[in-house]
Design a protein around this ligand. Structure first.
Ligand code: 5AD
Length: 435
C-alpha cells in the first residue's frame, strides 16, 4: 500500500494511545496534524463511561462536513465503542466508512482495500485474530518514552466494567516479543518504557510472572527507566514487589486502582480484595520501596453506596494519602452486571456529584502538599521535551511520575538529570538543574 496521510483522534486510556500508534503503522501512514490534510481519518474511541462513549459520537459527527467536501477521504471508527456497537454505527452515521474493533487492528490494511476496491463499508470486530500482537506501533522520531503492550483483554469481570466485553479475555504476549519491541524502541532513542495492560501485573507466560518480566527488561542496555500500568491489587505478589525493590530501573510509582474503601461495595464490585487487604498491600509495597508514590482510581455512587460506604472511602483516602487519584461517578455500561441492578439502588446524581467533589477537593490538597514537600529535595528527571513555561526550559518526569519543569537546554532531551526542587505546584514541580 502506498503511504497515506493519516489523522487519528484518540480518546481514553494508554492502551488506546498505544493502539492508535499501531493503527498508524497498520495503514503504513504518515501522520498529519489536521484532519483536513488526511486521506484517512480514524476516531479511536473509549467506552469506559457514558460520557466517553458520547464523545465518540460527537467526534464522528463533526466529520460530516469534511467528508461531504472530500468524499474520497476514508472515515473510520476504532476502539471500544466500535466493538460495542458494531454495524449499528454504520446505520447511525451515514458518512462512516468502516468499524474496527481493538483486537482486529492487524486486519486494517485489508479493510482499507475493501473500501477502495469493492466500495464496501466493512465491520471488523472479530476477537479471533491470530496476528494479535503483530503490528508494532508507530514511533515518532525523537520521542524518548514509549508504551509496550504486554497483554490484551481482561479476565477480571468487575461488575461495573465494560472492558472484558469490548476487549475480550486476557491474552498475554510472549516475553521474547515484548523484549524485542522494547529493544527496537531503545535502538530508536527511547529511554523509558511503560508496559501497558488492563491488569498489567497479571501478566504470566510459561511459568514466568510479572516480576520476571521487570527483571528481564532491566537487562536491556540503554533503557534507563521502566514503568507499568495499570496494576490489579490482588495480583501484587512477593515476586513483583521484590523485583520493584531490586531493579533500580523500575520507577518508584505504581498506579493501583482501589475503586472503593468500603468492603461492602468492594464485594458488590467483585474486586476480590478487602480494604484491609489493600491497606496491607500498600504497606508491603512501601516497606519494600521506601518513598514509593501510589496513585489510584475511585468510583463514587456505585449502586447502593451509602453515606457510610463513602465515608469508608474517604477514610482510606486519608489513611493512604495517594499522590494522585482519578475519580469518577459510576456510569452504567451496557451488558455489565452493575447496569442491571434495580433502579432503587441508583445513587441520586446530586449525591454522587457531592461525593465526587468532596473526594476531589481532598485529593487536590494532598497532591499539592506532597508536591510542596519535595521542595529542597533532589530528583532524577528524564527530560522529555521543551517546557511550555518559558524559553530555554525543559520538562520531564520524576521517578514518582511528577511533572518537572526547569531551565535547561533542549540538548538535555533523553538524559536523566538531577533537579533540585524549588517549588511545588498543584500538578507539577519546578526546580533547578543540579550537578
Ligand atoms: N463507571 C465509572 N467509572 C468506571 N471505571 C470503569 N468502569 C466505570 C464505570 N462503569 C473507572 C475505574 C477504572 C477507570 C479506568 O475507570 O475507576 O479504574
Amino acid at each position: 500500500m502506498q503511504s497515506k496521510l493519516v489523522y487519528i483522534e484518540t480518546y481514553g486510556c494508554q492502551m488506546n494511545e498505544y493502539d492508535s500508534d499501531r493503527i498508524r503503522n497498520a495503514v503504513g501512514g504518515m501522520p498529519v496534524d489536521t484532519p483536513e490534510e488526511a486521506d484517512i481519518v480514524i476516531v479511536n474511541t473509549c467506552a469506559i463511561r457514558d460520557k466517553a462513549d458520547q464523545k465518540a459520537f460527537s467526534g464522528l459527527g463533526k466529520y460530516k462536513h469534511l467528508k461531504a467536501r472530500k468524499p474520497d477521504m476514508i472515515l473510520g471508527v476504532a476502539g471500544c465503542v466500535a466493538q460495542l456497537y458494531g454495524d449499528r454505527l454504520l446505520q447511525k452515521i451515514p458518512h462512516l466508512d468502516f468499524v474496527l474493533g481493538p483486537r482486529a487492528i492487524p486486519r486494517l490494511p485489508d479493510l482499507i482495500s475493501r473500501i477502495e476496491q469493492a466500495k464496501e463499508r466493512p465491520v471488523e470486530t472479530s476477537y479471533d485474530v491470530e496476528e494479535l500482537f503483530e503490528v508494532e506501533p508507530y514511533h515518532r522520531e525523537g520521542k524518548v518514552t514509549a508504551f509496550v503492550s504486554v497483554q490484551q483483554g481482561c479476565n477480571k469481570k468487575c461488575s461495573y466494567c465494560i472492558v472484558p466485553y469490548v476487549r475480550g479475555d486476557e491474552v498475554n504476549r510472549p516475553l521474547p516479543e515484548i523484549l524485542r519491541e522494547a529493544e527496537n524502541l531503545v535502538g530508536k532513542g527511547v529511554r523509558e518504557i511503560t508496559f501497558v495492560g488492563q491488569t498489567v501485573n497479571s501478566w504470566t507466560e510459561n511459568g514466568r510472572k510479572f516480576g520476571d518480566l521487570l527483571r528481564a527488561a532491566a537487562d536491556i542496555d540503554g533503557l534507563e527507566r521502566i514503568r507499568f500500568t495499570t496494576s490489579y491489587p490482588r495480583d501484587i505478589t512477593k515476586r513483583m514487589i521484590d523485583a520493584m525493590k531490586d531493579v533500580d530501573k523500575v520507577c518508584r510509582h505504581i498506579h493501583l486502582p482501589v475503586q472503593s474503601g468500603s468492603n461492602r461495595v468492594l464485594a458488590l464490585m467483585k474486586r476480590t480484595y478487602t480494604r484491609e487487604w489493600f491497606s496491607d498491600t500498600v504497606k508491603r509495597l512501601k516497606d519494600a520501596v521506601p518513598d514509593l508514590a501510589i496513585s489510584t482510581d475511585i468510583i463514587v455512587g456505585y449502586p447502593g453506596e451509602t453515606d457510610r460506604d463513602f465515608e469508608d472511602t474517604m477514610d482510606l483516602m486519608r489513611e493512604v494519602e495517594f499522590e494522585s487519584s482519578f475519580s469518577f461517578k459510576f456510569s452504567p455500561r451496557p451488558g455489565t452486571p452493575a447496569a442491571g441492578l434495580p433502579k432503587e439502588e441508583t445513587v441520586p446524581d446530586e449525591t454522587a456529584g457531592a461525593r465526587l467533589m468532596e473526594l476531589q477537593a481532598f485529593q487536590k490538597e494532598v497532591t499539592l502538599r506532597k508536591n510542596v514537600e519535595r521542595v529542597g529535595k533532589t530528583e532524577e528527571v528524564l527530560v522529555e521535551g521543551p517546557s511550555k513555561h518559558g524559553p530555554e526550559s525543559v520538562s520531564g518526569r520524576t521517578s514518582h511520575n511528577r511533572i518537572a519543569n526547569f531551565k535547561g537546554p533542549a540538548s538535555l532531551v533523553g538524559s536523566v538529570v538531577r533537579v533540585r526542587v524549588s517549588e511545588g505546584l498543584s500538578n507539577s514541580i519546578r526546580g533547578e538543574l543540579s550537578v
